[in-house]
Design a protein around this ligand. Structure first.
Ligand code: ZN
Ligand code: ZN
Length: 266
């Protein structure tokens, strides 16, 4: 096996029941139940486990009226990953559901795009419409990590370890980054919020929380190019991920899926 092949796991930690018009910038004429799941991802390879995004904790779930299905720590433990031993955490963007639990990884270096930190600490946050998905405490926690020497900033495309690269997509949040991972089945792309649901990337549709619509739709093309095949782009919030991919191991169905596997055809 090539030494830069990685395993990838999607770990569900939260859920939000909602109807489809809430998921698209121009609503949805079908008005059906279309919930969001909340995930963190573990990328496991020769450099150990890299975690993409840190989720929210139960207190934040209550504040934001999102259900915590299983705390992030439990999901990692089910895979045999000790959070306090994790060395690298990639943060896709600084929205509350992607960068909480900030005490969970005391030994980790955090990887963030320059533009995302500038966005989350600058004049755009003067505007309610733009700061809604951010929590001041989350942003402050990241600033404290900068001062503690624990953040590596990235500008566009950069390698985290051989076989794992970050790519600035922007759009949904100004400095949103997705992650491309080399696996035994080719390059898999973890979109995070560059595509919340399959319906977004497949239909060219846009989630209502957005900084720049043009970058969102351009981003879909970039994600497809980065992946070995369009089916290897994994959306960030789609419950269907847990149906399309096999469980990480028996007993973890509906909770943790293995993404370096062929998804079921739909
Ligand atoms: Zn987001
Ligand atoms: Zn999100």
């Amino acid at each position: 096996m090539s030494d830069d092949f990685h395993e990838i796991y999607a770990i569900k930690y939260g859920h939000h029941s909602r109807r489809s018009p809430a998921n698209f910038i121009d609503g949805d004429p079908h008005d059906v139940l279309q919930p969001l799941d909340f995930f963190v991802w573990a990328i496991v390879g020769p450099s150990g486990a890299i975690i993409l995004d840190t989720g929210f904790d139960e207190a934040m779930g209550r504040k934001r009226q999102r259900e915590t299905v299983k705390p992030v720590r439990e999901g990692l433990a089910a895979l045999g990953i000790a959070a306090d031993g994790v060395k690298n955490v990639i943060v896709s963007h600084l929205h509350y559901d992607h960068c909480g639990n900030y005490e969970l990884f005391p030994a980790a270096r955090y990887h963030l795009q320059d533009v995302e930190m500038a966005y989350a600490t600058g004049r755009c946050m003067c505007h309610h419409a733009l700061r809604v998905p951010f929590e001041a405490d989350d942003v402050v926690a990241m600033v404290r990590k900068v001062f503690a020497g624990r953040v590596t900033f990235h500008d566009g495309e950069e390698e985290i370890v051989p076989g794992v690269t970050v790519h600035r997509i922007g759009g949904h949040s100004k400095g949103l980054q997705s992650v491309r991972v080399k696996t035994r089945i080719g390059h898999v792309v973890l979109a995070a919020d560059a595509s919340h649901l399959y319906a977004h990337i497949d239909g060219g549709r846009v989630f209502p929380l957005v900084y720049n619509v043009h970058e969102v739709v351009e981003g879909y093309e970039t994600l497809k190019k980065l992946a070995s095949a369009p089916r290897h782009v994994v959306p960030g919030h789609d419950p269907a991920v847990l149906d399309r991919y096999p469980a990480a191991k028996p007993g973890l169905e509906g909770w943790i899926a293995r993404l370096d596997a062929e998804p079921k055809a739909v």
